[in-house]
Design a binder for this molecule. Structure first.
Ligand code: SIN
Length: 347
């Protein structure tokens, strides 16, 4: 009799283990996925970041079939208003949750600055569990809103057992993109993200996850950046280059206003107008750190050895907005340009 009871208990436990769904937490920050407007026809002119996370979850009841899901509202903003305070709050929250029995995180986010938040988290999350950002190009009220399917796919990805150790990912329009490579390359189409230098990591087809690519750069647990005690981040700005741009007015104003680092969105493979370069060199002698990126959408910059010796840092193939993220984090560790250069080569 005792043996039979033990067997029944064992079988019940086995069945419940088999059926246990991954525990996924959705952290909501706003964006078009939570956007609303009075007309189903309108896909522009809406207000982003108005619908709450519980409503978003209720709109996709199918996610409960693939995961045990709970939601938390971290912010509800248009992502063009994203700031360091929300970044730090998000990273700390994710690190706290992933230490517990949470299997994966989904972050709903506006698409405009999604790539920056994704890369910030790729460098500051200290876990190998899946972290997935998702958004939408059409508001929740639109006739053909893309948010519900994107959210379903993001949960499927975060719940997938093969999604560990990939760094932070973006799930948009059935694609899986790595945080370092993903770039928003269309202003309005639902297929808004590509990864020009790396390609997609994989695809999600009706909730089934397929990986076709690997991540070569170090991320998450392999970076030295620890934000757990930080309340602010170093001020870093971006300087765009263009024809006839040699005054250095903006450069000097930014430096006088407290910027510690500048990312130059250079032309071509990182060229900078010679007059502008002289201003930068002067300010570098006063402590300004300068990383050279490019306004071109793909490819790496080529910073000469002489310029590197002067302290110019090559942002490699990081676009200006992502180079800014890495320079900010690098400045929490060091002001040595050679050490910062190593970070750009590694992450
Ligand atoms: C935003 O980035 O918050 C608005 C645009 C979008 O989500 O597509």
């Amino acid at each position: 009799m005792k043996n039979i009871i033990s067997l029944i208990v064992f079988l019940l436990l086995s069945v419940s283990c088999l059926e246990a769904k991954p525990n996924i937490v959705i952290l909501a920050t706003g964006g078009t996925i939570a956007g609303s407007i009075d007309s189903e026809l309108e896909t522009t002119g809406y207000k982003a970041g108005v619908i709450g996370i519980e409503t978003l979850i209720k709109a996709v009841p199918q996610i409960k079939d693939i995961a045990q899901v709970s939601g938390e509202q971290i912010a509800n903003i248009d992502s063009s208003n994203m700031n360091d305070e929300i970044w730090l709050k998000l990273a700390k929250k994710i690190n706290e949750l992933l230490k517990k029995d949470v299997d994966g995180i989904v972050i709903t986010h506006g698409t405009d600055t999604m790539e920056e938040t994704a890369y910030f988290l790729n460098l500051t999350v200290k876990s190998n569990k899946p972290v997935v950002l998702v958004g939408a190009m059409r508001p929740a009220t639109a006739m053909s809103a893309d948010g519900p399917k994107n959210l379903y796919n993001a949960v499927a990805l975060a719940a997938n057992k093969n999604a560990k150790n990939k760094g932070v990912m973006i799930a948009m329009d059935d694609k899986i993109l790595g945080a370092r490579g993903a770039v928003k390359t269309h202003t309005l189409n639902v297929d808004a993200f590509t990864s020009p230098d790396f390609g997609n990591l994989g695809y999600i087809v009706d909730g089934r996850v397929f990986f076709y690519n690997t991540i070569s750069k170090d991320h998450t647990t392999k970076t030295p950046f620890n934000i757990s005690k930080l309340k602010t981040l170093p001020k870093v700005d971006i300087l765009y280059t263009y024809s006839n741009d040699g005054s250095g007015v903006a450069t000097k104003a930014l430096f006088d206003n407290g910027t510690q680092g500048l990312v130059v969105a250079g032309s071509g493979a990182g060229s900078i107008h010679e007059n502008q370069k002289e201003v930068l060199k002067d300010l570098m002698k006063k402590g300004l750190k300068v990383a050279v990126s490019t306004r071109v959408v793909a490819g790496s910059v080529a910073v000469s050895k002489d310029d590197q010796n002067l302290g110019f840092i090559s942002a490699q193939n990081l676009n200006p907005q992502k180079a800014r993220v890495l320079l900010m984090l690098a400045l929490t560790k060091t002001h040595d340009s050679a050490k910062i250069q190593k970070y750009f080569e590694k992450y």
